[in-house]
Design a protein around this ligand. Sequence first.
Ligand SMILES: Cc1ncc(C[n+]2csc(CCOP(=O)(O)OP(=O)(O)O)c2C)c(N)n1
Length: 372
Amino acid sequence: MTPEGKILEIVKRRRVDFFGALPCDRNKKLYDAVLAGFRSVELSREEEGVGICAGALMAGARPAMLIQNSGLGNMVNALASMSKLYSFALPIFMSWRGMESETIPAQKWMGEYVPKIMKTMDIPYHEIRNLDDIDQIDETLDSVYEHNTIRGYLMEPAVWKGSDFEPEGVSATPAFKELDNFDTPLPEPELTRFELLEKISEALEGKAVACNLGIPCKELYKVCHQPSNFYMLGSMGMVTPVALGMALCSDKKVISIDGDGSMLMNPSTLATIARTAPKNLSVLCVDNGAYGSTGNQLTATSSWTDLAKVARGFGVENIVRTADPDEVASALDRDDGPLFIHAVCKAGNANVPNLTLTPEEIRTSVERFLRE
Ligand SMILES: Cc1ncc(C[n+]2csc(CCOP(=O)(O)OP(=O)(O)O)c2C)c(N)n1
């Protein structure tokens, strides 16, 4: 049996049914086979994979990631401030670069640091060097989902040596596409984030709503608390990936309430949205031109960056740009997603109390809603 075949057999038998993946030259055959054989998302950045897998898990999937070890560096904050916080299960299969056979100098340091990072973060990991070591995956994979933990499988280049595995059904021919220009003018902001949320609260009812960290969560909690609200308690830039994972793995209508600062931190997730195109996803980007939660410091959208055009450029075709709450509310009822709603607002925060929910309560309640 080939190492790739053995790994695929194990993950199938252990009922992994969803992958977030970004390729490495050393695991490219496994990568192709995963795309061909599993429900999977080709990631733009590994960090979003942590969010997408979290959303998929809440919707009932058994997700895993397949990446290069350097991608762990892109995931550290999301793993700590989201996966650990909410106890989201996540097995991470990573090619382990930087070994003696390595020809790319840039791989050396991450190769050395990855085990140290995993140890520092209390993430158990396995060093997979040969066919027998792959048994460790079989022995431990179920426990990841049973105990809701993170676990790493570091696959050294030596593990693939001599393999004649050939994946089937892989096509990789680019078909470039030019999008039309987007030319809806930027409206004058009328409302603050809180005033907007108050006016659109009815349109949020009964939908899965993932909300950006900080004051937006508190305002949503005050205005429209419901069991299907996923409140991000940390992990800036991860709310839209979480919503994407939910939308891909459930039939429920999913709304991401994101912010301009957070969208600027992780805009490439818009490319992943365009690529996966879930009809049941709307991203409501509340653009107040500021990092509201930290005191309204100006973001790049205050003078330079146009997020509707950014979304368009990343390939999201359906875009609504407005300052009018009625237009936002009716856009939220559309079912021709993915939809990007660029809601232009005034900066400012309402004086609202803290959430009293625990991460566990938030997660359980949203899971129940998504899986019912
Ligand atoms: C990685 C990281 N950097 C910085 C912060 C601090 N922080 C928390 S919320 C926030 C502002 C978010 O701004 P935006 O997404 O525009 O939402 P708004 O609060 O304006 O609605 C910042 C900078 C953080 N939590 N994580």
